[in-house]
Design a protein around this ligand. Structure first.
Ligand code: SF4
Ligand code: SF4
Length: 303
């Protein structure tokens, strides 16, 4: 885990908003808990490092399968957790697919939970393709922050990472698909910044593909107002493999990851202690109570 100086060069008004968030503040992560609910099963893009059998690899460690929930089941689970874990301060939707592809599920979950726990803050993670369509609605929910996974700003590099995207009823491949994804990611980030919604960027570092390119990504997202840049290692997973193109691709060595993170220091503030939690993570950061709150173990909602 990580940096006791998470504030770093973060402006005070942003720090004020995130200091109670367990993922951003070393202090807060001892006092506040977060949970994810897995209400977003489908995805609208294909990342070459994804294995569709498991949770979105942009957010989670490989080889984890979360229990998928309806919005009503998710609300039931959040209430059960809030009753047992009074430090619960943030509810996130981070998969197991893309939170915005089936936006109805994500927004219905926020609505259901707000009815019973109006003070809980929400966060949401996305690959960004559908994001521009939902920024206005996001601003209406109690959204604490949004995370976008951005691995490139050059569609030629993007074509090595994303074999296809599915956009407005059509499949696009190669550079064409990567260009659409890139433009939508930048538009989404700009619109979130205009609305004053804090936005963090995740990047998956893939040696030999986008490692040095992440410096350009960092400059582009910083110019558009992202408040944090979280560079995560590709976790090479021999046991579970990837279903798609980067099968056998190695992850970065710790020294390679640190080298990029050091080069980016002074860019968008870096977050070095993200744990890549599962899409149904529950508890204090570094703790996983997800198996204590599976559907069969939580009570029905009082009517
Ligand atoms: Fe998989 Fe990428 Fe979709 Fe996440 S965004 S579920 S890693 S294809
Ligand atoms: Fe926090 Fe990272 Fe875990 Fe999300 S995946 S809850 S940002 S530590």
């Amino acid at each position: 885990c990580g940096s006791s100086d998470a504030q770093g060069d973060m402006p005070a008004h942003i720090w004020e908003k995130v200091k109670d968030h367990p993922c951003y503040s070393e202090q807060a992560h001892h006092y506040f808990a977060r949970m994810h609910v897995a209400v977003a099963p489908a995805c609208n893009i294909q990342c070459n490092y994804c294995n569709r059998k498991y949770d979105c690899a942009n957010e989670s460690r490989p080889g984890v399968t979360s229990e998928k929930l309806t919005p009503e089941q998710a609300a039931r689970k959040v209430v059960a957790v809030a009753n047992k874990v009074p430090q619960l301060s943030v509810l996130g939707i981070a998969g197991p697919g893309d939170s915005m592809f089936d936006w109805r599920h994500t927004s219905a979950t926020f609505r259901e939970v707000s009815k019973v726990l109006p003070d809980l803050k929400f966060c949401v993670s996305t690959n960004g393709l559908a994001l521009p369509d939902h920024v206005d609605e996001l601003a209406e929910h109690n959204i604490d922050h949004v995370t976008i996974t951005i691995n490139m700003v050059d569609p030629e590099i993007g074509a090595l990472i994303y074999p296809w995207i599915y956009f407005k009823g059509k499949r696009y491949t190669g550079v064409e698909g990567a260009r659409i994804l890139h433009e939508r990611q930048m538009e989404g980030l700009e619109r979130l910044t205009e609305k004053g919604i804090l936005t963090k960027i995740n990047s998956v570092m893939i040696p030999g593909i986008n490692d040095q390119h992440l410096l350009e990504v960092n400059a582009a997202i910083k110019a558009r107002g992202a408040f944090l840049h979280n560079v995560m290692p590709l976790i090479s997973d021999a046991a579970h493999g990837t279903a798609f193109g980067l099968s056998g691709q190695r992850g970065p060595k710790p020294a390679e990851l640190k080298d990029i993170q050091d080069k980016l220091a002074g860019g968008a503030n870096l977050m070095r202690h993200c744990r890549q939690c599962r899409a149904d993570a529950v508890g204090m950061l570094g703790e996983d109570l997800s198996q204590d709150f599976t559907l069969d173990k939580i009570p029905e909602m009082p009517s």
